[in-house]
Design a protein around this ligand. Sequence first.
Ligand code: ADP
Length: 427
Amino acid sequence: MAVITFKNVNKVYENNVHAVFDFNLQIKDKQFVALVGPSGCGKSTTLRMIAGLEDISSGEIYIDDVCINSVEPKDRGIAMVFQNYALYPHMTVRDNMAFALEMRGVPKNVRNEKVAEVAKILGLEKYLDKKPKELSGGQRQRVALGRAIVREAKVFLMDEPLSNLDAKLRASMRNEIRRIHNKVGATTIYVTHDQVEAMTMADVIVVMKDGFVQQIGTPTEVYNNPSNLFVAGFIGTPQMNFIDASLSKDGVAFFDALISMDASFKDGVKSFYESQLEELRSDVEELEKLIAEHPRKKKLFSLKKKNKKEAENPLSYEAQLKNKREMIEKIENIINNDAYPIKLGVRPDDLLMANGENKSSHENRFSMEKVSTEMLGHDVIFHLERDGVEISISKPVKEVDLEVSHLELSLDPNAYYLFDPITGSRL
Ligand code: ADP
């Protein structure tokens, strides 16, 4: 059994880079959780804190009921799989897999039995006497997994384990890891920058950006109900389209189209912006306090190139403060001018085509010009343009005229999203 609980976990590196901010999560026994986000968002730092490779600055991590903050890494019951496999080159596959057991003083016959059993799960029986250099990338990655499984760890941590493999192998290893997970049943945390990997493999995905958790949910929840502009744009291929819109007296206006809304929507948007302003002001106060409490270490301002670069890290308190102050200024202007911008989001396969016979009666109809066609086989993607705005629409080939150059489109009233473009929050 291994339930993993994060309670208000923070990681602040020595240079005041706040790499992980107030991370809270409970991972159920046997669950497969993916931490996903762009490079530098704090995924590896989070994983390394569980493994004990990095101190926890504040907060607690529990495995079952035990707080592991000060438990030795080797006593945490964790096995880690990295992208570079980290196999011992001079040892055979069998010895690589048995190494941890040998270190623990497990007798040879038990080791051999265990290795044989795991090799069978992974289809590695034929390769047990080979050295890593005689194996393909996918096989090596399987040995690395095997080594973790042999140890019977309660928790598996995987840090981009597939990123060294080519696209085809990556896709088949995704299935394989999932299959092994179902068989072995260890609670698994999987770090990846690839949203497709996270979506296809995980029970639950945690989307991160700049050290902050953006959303936690099942792949379907996160796809269908993204909590903000970042998640909406990050999850899903082809990417969600975004169109600048604004609040008009009758609803949300974009191009020459309108999504009609009643008066209460308009009031709702205004009070939403006001509440955002309040929240930002309190964040600024908090950050000013943090900066006063944790003055930067002097050495950071030395002229060494590396340190200079760190001082510009977007996760530093100073950078966050600057960013929040800019947002406050923008929202104050919006409120003063009584002109409320809105970002309209719509997935390429949710746009309705209203060409020819199939004329739509929606008032939110708009036209776009086709600039290019991307044929995918079953589906085709049209890239469209209007007034410098580019969007794409994805449809089954059967349903469209590939030669069309001018498209009449409309929104499905149940399949579009509205965001505040300043903070990115969902309206
Ligand atoms: P990810 O795994 O999402 O790519 P990381 O957890 O590696 O992100 O890094 C998160 C942030 O912490 C980055 O801004 C990175 O520059 C910073 N960082 C990582 N390791 C250190 C370190 N040892 N010292 C200072 N800053 C670090």
